[in-house]
Design a protein around this ligand. Structure first.
Ligand SMILES: [Zn+2]
Ligand SMILES: [Zn+2]
Length: 378
């Protein structure tokens, strides 16, 4: 898969950057990394090409939309083919002078004056996962009902394609310019067209299936990959899968992972922590126990003879996947002494015999207390 940087990141702009923002960011970065200013600097050369390519795509409305939906893995492939973007010669002077606009509009077919793109709402879906499900990277299929493009009108909101007309108030621009008087000044104020709501089009006969909205709830199967060891609250973005909007571009869909509580593990990043209750004989004699584990294989915990309550045993490499770097965290087992709340007459007798055999601490309580304190200090 490609490891190309996100185009918005390359230009250092937000996803809803306007044409003007893009141009400003491009000009400043292109100036900074221009080969003429950085001779024989391969790093700058790379950055310069990266910036050129990002701007070429994002300044083209169709390519930008395509990129927003699919990122670098667009089904149509890179707009520049398998060879990638070769770069174009941009004269340093052009980056400073007024010649820039015309050069770019002819090169990339972009140019100013484009109406602002309307964008649908983002959708957030919460999905709970078990530790088992995030032990390894996993594919998840989720059936959801989300606002989608109306099937009957293809999202246009019009009963018939001819029923959607360019708005006469704004001439299809979606925006109107008004003169506003502020004190002694007359200002030009640009705002959304009140007639079409900024869309640039009006619908005469609305589609009956979606009441002209172009949007209808629809069941969809979302397929996505859960990263191994995902933290609670991890959000994954599916570009352009959010709510569509008539005459604009769809929002994004986010899936937020929420990890379910495990019956006995507590999680701390890649570490798993559990408490293990053991009887007195097991502590003294040692034992080995097996427990079902989140990786599907039983986990074996070896308790050495002479273990004490509150000691820990580490089972290394059986925790959660580490987010950065390789490998897994550990499982930490905290030993607890199991004390039965009820005992039978028989048990009581056995314990009394045991007490006599051990002799401690009733024999010489002061000596025991001293020795315990000494062992703690060492
Ligand atoms: Zn419709
Ligand atoms: Zn209008």
């Amino acid at each position: 898969m490609s490891e190309k940087r996100d185009y918005y990141e390359v230009l250092g702009v937000s996803k809803d950057a306007s044409d003007g923002d893009l141009k400003k960011a491009f000009r400043s970065l292109a100036r900074k990394h221009h080969p003429d200013k950085n001779p024989d600097d391969s790093e700058s050369e790379h950055l310069f090409k990266e910036v050129q390519e990002a701007y070429a795509v994002l300044s083209n409305p169709d390519q930008r939309r395509q990129y927003d939906m699919f990122g670098h893995d667009s089904p149509g492939g890179s707009p520049f083919g398998p060879g990638g973007f070769e770069g174009v010669n941009i004269n340093l002077d052009d980056l400073f002078s007024g010649g820039f606009d015309s050069i770019f509009s002819s090169m990339f077919g972009g140019g100013g004056g484009r109406t602002r793109t309307r964008r649908g709402n983002d959708i957030l879906i919460r999905h709970s996962v078990t530790l088992e499900e995030i032990h390894d990277e996993g594919e998840i299929e989720l059936d959801v009902e989300i606002p989608s493009e109306c099937d009957s009108c293809g999202g246009s909101g019009a009963k018939d394609p001819d029923d959607s007309k360019s708005c006469s108030t704004c001439g299809g621009q979606g925006r109107v310019t008004q003169q506003a008087r502020v004190g002694p000044f007359v200002q030009q104020v640009v705002s959304d067209c009140p007639h079409c709501g900024g869309e640039g089009r009006v619908i005469k006969n609305p589609c009956s299936n979606c009441r002209g909205e172009g949007v209808k709830p629809k069941s969809q199967t979302l397929k996505f990959t859960i990263p191994a060891g995902a933290e609670d609250g991890t959000r994954m973005r599916m570009r352009g899968m959010g709510e569509p909007i008539r005459g604009g571009m769809s929002g994004d869909l986010y899936i937020q992972l929420e990890t379910e509580e495990h019956p006995w593990f507590e999680r701390d990043g890649s570490e798993l922590i559990m408490a293990l209750p053991l009887g007195y004989p097991e502590m003294i004699l040692g034992t080995a126990i097996e427990l079902p584990h989140i990786d599907g294989k039983a986990i074996k915990i070896v308790i050495p003879a002479g273990s004490k309550p509150s000691e820990t045993i580490i089972v290394s490499g059986r925790g959660m996947a580490r987010r950065r770097g390789r490998g897994r965290g550990d499982v930490t087992v905290l030993l607890k002494l199991f004390v039965p709340s009820k005992i039978t007459k028989n048990m009581k007798q056995t314990l009394e015999t045991l007490r006599d055999d051990f002799g401690l601490p009733v024999d010489n309580i002061e000596k025991s207390v001293r020795e315990e304190a000494k062992s703690r200090r060492n």
